[in-house]
Design a protein around this ligand. Structure first.
Ligand code: CP
Length: 343
């Protein structure tokens, strides 16, 4: 295993190709473990993982908690609805309360951009060793989702060796509500970082032209791009052309809760133009994989029939790969010696 030097995992813009490889190699080893009998590995025994979700989640929270338990860590699950946030306690004071209880990692989701980073900086300033893992902040970043999507694609393109190199030169279409999607942003860093070219497809209101330059320079506060040569991003408004050029397509949830400027009002029209169905996949001259981070609005982003077709639709595989990826991330940030041979 190469050197791992990320104590916090906040954004995939900071990942090198070697970092992507380390995570996928480790996830693949966890995925290869038998899933019956003695399932738990004792590698994080005595470590405490806390999930702090200030925004709803089904997949991310449950799979982080399951991943921690499969590595024998202890888990505390914070629920905002019955917490002291309702009495006026701040998010930072809440996080520090769990640090004082001995948390080795805080897995944080918040609807405001940068909350995980602010907490990570506060921990660093105090010299505290607790790690922060961003489980989705506002429109900014969802690193574990970007990594599980990368792992799912690597498994699709090269099941015998699902590594980032299998993405090099591939074309991945990302369709839909790019504007509101932290998943799209994390995927842009991950996919281009592994040498894939990305075709973004959606209506102008949900896909501004600026996205074509999204990875041209590192985000504010980051001096240097750790990737020497990234794949390219191209905008294609026609779904037919995007699908025809793609080796795989990822479609995104229409985020109705963030649609505060009437950016999209006619969902039937959206399905007609950008929804993915068996009929539209017939435009392609080869079979392509379909991904969606979930939760899905059936009949808006994907037809119900296509969602049931596991020969094309990778949603269940994304969910199960998410457990292996999150085991890898928790292991890398909280194991006492992540370089030791564990199995
Ligand atoms: N993909 C994703 O983040 O799903 P949840 O909101 O259910 O965690």
């Amino acid at each position: 295993m190469t050197n791992w030097n990320h104590r916090h995992i906040l954004d995939l813009a900071t990942f090198s190709f070697e970092d992507f490889t380390t995570v996928l190699e480790l996830a693949n080893r966890f995925k290869s473990l038998p899933n019956k009998g003695t399932r738990k590995l004792p590698v994080l025994q005595g470590r405490l993982i806390t999930t702090l979700f200030f925004e709803p989640s089904t997949r991310t929270r449950s799979s982080f908690e399951l991943a921690a338990k499969l590595l024998s860590a202890d888990v505390i699950s914070f629920a905002v609805s019955n917490s002291s946030i309702s009495k006026g306690e701040s998010v930072l004071d809440t996080a520090m309360t769990y640090v004082a209880m001995g948390a080795d990692a805080l897995i944080i989701r918040h609807d405001s951009t940068s909350v995980p980073e602010i907490i990570a900086n506060a921990l660093d300033e105090k010299g505290l060793k607790t790690s922060v893992l961003n489980a989705g902040d506002g429109l900014h970043s969802h690193p574990s989702q970007g990594l599980l999507d990368l792992f799912t694609l690597a498994n699709y393109f090269c099941p015998e060796e699902p590594l980032p190199s299998s993405l090099c030169g591939k074309s991945i279409a990302i369709v839909g509500d790019i504007l509101h999607s932290r998943v799209a942003r994390s995927n842009l860093w991950a996919l281009t970082g592994c040498g894939a070219n990305v075709i973004l497809c959606g209506p102008p209101s949900l896909l501004p032209e600026e996205f074509e330059a999204f990875v041209d320079s590192p985000p504010p506060g980051q001096n240097k791009d750790p990737i020497k040569k990234r794949g390219k991003i191209k905008i294609e408004r026609s779904l037919k052309k995007a699908l025809q050029a793609a080796d795989a397509v990822m479609t995104l949830r229409i985020q109705k809760e963030r649609m505060n400027q009437n950016l999209l009002t006619d969902f039937d029209r959206y399905y007609f133009d950008y929804g993915i169905s068996h009929e539209k996949l017939k435009w392609c001259d080869k079979k392509i994989a379909l991904l969606h981070p979930g939760p899905v609005n059936r009949g808006i982003e994907i037809s119900s029939e296509l969602m049931q077709d596991s020969s094309i639709c990778m949603i269940d595989k994304q969910v199960s790969n998410g457990i292996s990826i999150r085991m890898a991330l928790l292991y890398l940030i909280t194991a006492i010696n992540p370089s030791q041979k564990i199995f």
